[in-house]
Design a protein around this ligand. Structure first.
Ligand SMILES: [Ca+2]
Length: 320
């Protein structure tokens, strides 16, 4: 009698089923390992950024502004307002090994008669993708724009409008904070956190926020702000840009807040929560002393706000 070779159909099915089970056991582990690697990268980036802030402060005796208008601050009647708004990450370029890009930024160009943001040199700098500015845990694909994005945002505290050194947080418009002003202590004051990038497409609602010029809207009052339709989708889409949705966050509301971020009225007041897609629900923050923490979106709001102020006088335990 001829000996049977090969497998029966049942044997084959059993083998396939076993392989399927093994793969299904392995895949989540592989995915978890990949996300852990991505998260480590996001952690390292924030660490680099806070170190860069300190290196900047060593040279300049203060932190860089959250954002700054380098054009005419008060143009003559009928003149255009300043066009060149520069975000804080721009000032850190020399301290994260990006001096070549830094040299392209036309900081001092004042040209109220033209939109200098269309300056060729500006876009050569603005369009440069910088890995240190990107958190690979953000699931949003990179959008092809003339400005390159960033996942890192600076702490403006609980303020809606933070400018000219009058800020509860550490960074603001035309604000240059000295380390000595952080009287609550650098280990309990947040410097940097994360945001989720938009896709620049208001038709895809999930990543939208509310941006309105209505003077009846108050971004500081997040609940009231929700009555407006979420209509903007450019959060995090320019590291160079000096607009709050690109580079600032508020501790007025907890990380990953379920309500929409707000910007109103007339773009003056912003209330953007820190956001991330990390498992566990929360965001990484870099404190002003360079230490890193993962802050849960379930954190007590008063504690979170205390971590946002630089000189609020609150007592915060170190196990937040
Ligand atoms: Ca504080």
């Amino acid at each position: 009698m001829r000996k049977r070779v090969g497998f029966t159909m049942i044997e084959l099915l059993v083998v396939i089923a076993i392989i399927g089970i093994l793969v299904s056991l392995l895949l989540p582990a592989v995915q978890a390992a990949r996300e852990a690697a991505r998260r480590t990268q996001c952690n390292n980036n924030i660490k680099q950024l806070v170190l860069a802030l300190h290196n900047y402060a060593d040279v300049n005796r203060m932190f860089p502004p959250g954002h700054l208008e380098t054009g005419e601050e008060n143009p003559p009647p009928g003149g255009q307002t300043a066009q060149h708004q520069i975000g804080w990450l721009t000032y850190l370029l020399p301290y994260v090994e990006q001096s070549a890009t830094y040299k392209l930024v036309p900081f001092n160009e004042i040209n109220p008669s033209a939109n200098v943001n269309k300056n060729a040199a500006f876009f050569a700098a603005a369009g440069t993708l910088i890995a240190t500015f990107l958190c690979p845990s953000d699931p949003m694909p990179l959008v092809a724009l003339s400005t390159a994005p960033a996942n890192y945002v600076a702490n403006q505290g609980t303020d809606c409008m933070c400018q000219f050194n009058v800020c509860s947080g550490v960074f603001g418009h035309s604000t240059f904070t000295k380390l000595a002003w952080i009287t609550d202590g650098t280990s309990t004051t947040i410097a940097v956190s994360e945001t989720l990038r938009g896709d620049n497409n208001p038709a895809t609602l999930l990543d939208n926020y509310i941006s309105t010029s209505s003077t009846s809207a108050n971004a500081q009052d997040v609940t009231t702000c929700q009555s407006f339709a979420p209509n903007a989708s450019d959060r995090g889409l320019s590291w160079i840009g000096g607009q709050p949705q690109y580079n600032m966050f508020s501790t007025n509301r907890v990380p990953n807040d379920a309500l929409y971020d707000c910007r109103a009225p007339n773009y003056g007041c912003t209330n953007m929560a820190a956001r991330s897609a990390h498992s566990g629900g929360g965001v990484i923050v870099g404190m002003c002393d360079g230490s890193l923490h993962f802050i849960s979106q379930n954190i007590d709001l008063a504690t979170y706000q205390a971590l946002g102020t630089r000189s609020g006088g609150e007592i915060v335990s170190l196990d937040f």
